[in-house]
Write a protein that binds this ligand. Structure first.
Ligand SMILES: Nc1ncnc2c1ncn2[C@@H]1O[C@H](COP(=O)(O)OP(=O)(O)OP(=O)(O)O)[C@@H](O)[C@H]1O
Ligand SMILES: [Mg+2]
Length: 538
């Protein structure tokens, strides 16, 4: 291909040279008779210079040869047989030859140089483009790195706050269990003094609020344990839409778009409901003048590319994506930065605890998911939760239904809790239905009592965190005494794995402190009536 192009280019050049020769001969013929050889040769020099310059030494020499043939008389003789060839013509030939050679060589050299310069410029241009591309790549990578660093710092901060919050919640739970427990007992005992009853109600309500707050703190700190089951996020979305449609501002339009074909995730139904509800409530609160709240589900394949572009720290795979967006006030950078921190709120005093999103964050994390936020002031907000999809379809029995099942006989319970006052409160809670209760304040003591009386003990209520033998070690020892043991793990602060291990080893249920008397009784009913072992929580 290259060769044929070259051949064609040379054919073209020869044609041009021949044409020039013709013109050249004609001009020579016309001027020669004027006997001024010099004029002829000077005129002839022009094509030689021109072609030498344009096409190099070969073309120049060719034209010069033709010129020489004419000048040397061969053509002249044909055209004008009596012409005399002057010495100027020979001189001109020599000059032409030198010019053609010099100019042609110079031109070739020049062209070579020009070619090299062009090539260099091309390479430089490419290099510039690569440089720009590289710079752009470095810039985006740096930004991604900065974002990832920011997220890491944020995650570390949240982790530290979580540890702190978890610790506080644990201590609060113990105190609240005592306060709520005794308040309930007093409420039942005081019958006639309505003033005192009102005071007790106030104490109970505040205690309940404090207990809800600690529950949110625990959710944030990911210290809660809950019954795992298959949860349908499309169903939850519909339930939340129905719930909000009844209670919210009529100016807010709620739209659900349930695109997820496999909307199932493995998790705690109450926790997931409360997470989505929190997002939806925030969305409604961000639209005081009305607007549109959209709840949308989708199937999403999360690959490395997606993880990188969103700086996410979850495993690649199939996810259900639930999006809650509003057309409300939106958020600025500063609010976005602190959004998930516990007790961060922009609401006026007493209107918000600032625990809503902190709890959502903890719940999503404990479900091995991720949460993304997009928001700008006055442009609304979109929260997207990603949760790993599951194909297991299993649900657990509803503990509340067990309330109706009566106790068939008096029940004997062993309570093992290092917090003497907590143990005493639980004992008091169980006092009325006619339970017989034994108390132990550490694992060893509990094992000793169980070894002696296990045939008469229907149920063990066991604290998880205790000095010496912890709940799991104690449970394992009790199980060796009686493999059929029925035990409820009761704890305010939990190491997830230990609780899960105890449930796996055969403990029948888990109940989180602080718990109300009703909750405790319904759990006891459930455990004493159940045929299969199901980890369970409120
Ligand atoms: N959809 C939203 N649009 C605008 N701002 C929001 C949105 N969701 C959350 N925020 C901001 O984030 C803050 C923290 O939200 P979070 O739910 O944690 O607490 P809260 O709503 O203030 O209090 P609580 O949930 O206890 O009522 C809010 O005060 C608000 O400023
Ligand atoms: Mg909120």
């Amino acid at each position: 291909m290259q060769k044929s192009l070259q051949e064609r280019s040379w054919k073209f050049r020869i044609m041009v040279i021949l044409s020039i020769t013709l013109v050249y001969a004609a001009v020579f013929y016309l001027l020669y008779d004027k006997t001024r050889h010099g004029v002829v040769t000077n005129v002839n020099l022009i094509p030689i210079l021109l072609l030498s310059w344009i096409w190099g030494v070969k073309a120049g020499l060719l034209v010069m040869l033709i010129n020489s043939l004419i000048c040397s008389g061969i053509i002249i003789r044909i055209i004008t047989p009596d012409a005399i060839i002057g010495i100027e013509a020979v001189q001109a030939m020599i000059i032409h030859f030198s010019f053609a050679l010099a100019l042609g060589s110079f031109s070739s050299l020049n062209r070579k140089l020009m070619h090299q310069i062009n090539e260099r410029e091309k390479v430089e241009k490419h290099l510039q483009e690569y440089k720009k591309q590289l710079e752009a790549m470095v810039e985006t990578r740096t930004m991604e790195l900065q974002k990832a660093n920011e997220r890491l710092r944020q995650a570390e901060k949240m982790e530290a706050i979580g540890q702190l919050a978890g610790g506080i919640a644990h201590d609060f739970n113990n105190q609240l269990t005592i306060m709520l427990g005794y308040t309930e007992i007093l409420q039942k005992r005081i019958r006639d003094d309505s003033q005192a009853k009102q005071y007790l109600k106030q104490i109970y309500d505040s205690g309940k609020k404090a207990s809800d707050l600690t529950k949110q703190l625990l959710a944030f700190a990911r210290k809660g344990v809950y019954a795992m089951q298959t949860v349908n996020l499309n169903e939850i979305s519909t339930e939340i839409k129905n719930l909000l449609s009844r209670g919210t501002d009529k100016n807010i339009t709620i739209i659900t778009t349930l695109n997820a074909k496999n909307p199932y995730v493995w998790g705690g139904i109450n926790q997931l409901q409360s997470a989505i509800l929190n997002l939806a409530l925030n969305a409604c609160e961000a639209m005081p003048k009305g607007g549109v709240l959209t709840i949308k589900t989708d199937d999403l394949i999360v690959d490395q590319q997606y993880l990188l572009s969103h700086s996410l720290n979850i495993k690649p795979g199939d996810y259900v994506c639930i999006l809650v967006s509003d057309t409300g006030t939106g958020m600025d950078e500063e609010v976005r930065k602190h959004l998930f921190e516990p007790f961060f709120t922009t609401k006026k005093e007493n209107n918000g605890t600032g625990m809503g999103l902190a709890a959502v964050y903890g719940i999503v994390k404990s479900h091995k998911g991720a949460i993304l936020v997009e928001s700008e002031p006055q442009k609304g907000s979109t929260f997207t939760i990603l949760l790993p999809q599951t194909s297991k379809i299993i649900t657990s029995p509803d503990a509340n239904n067990m309330n109706s099942v009566p106790f068939s006989k008096n029940v004997s319970v062993l309570i093992i809790d290092d917090e003497k006052r907590v143990a005493a409160t639980i004992k008091e809670m169980l006092y009325e239905p006619g339970f017989s209760v034994k108390l132990a304040y550490n694992g060893n003591e509990g094992i000793e009592i169980y070894r002696r009386y296990w045939q008469n003990i229907d149920l063990v209520i066991l604290d998880m965190i205790m000095p010496g033998l912890d709940g799991l070690q104690t449970f394992n020892a009790l199980k060796e005494i009686n493999p059929e043991i029925k035990a409820i793990i009761l704890s305010g602060y939990t190491l997830n794995k230990k609780i899960e291990q105890a449930l796996e080893n055969g403990a029948k249920a888990f109940l989180q402190k602080p718990c109300t008397r009703n909750e405790l009784l319904s759990h006891i009913k459930f455990v004493l009536n159940q045929k299969v072992s199901v980890p369970l929580n409120r």
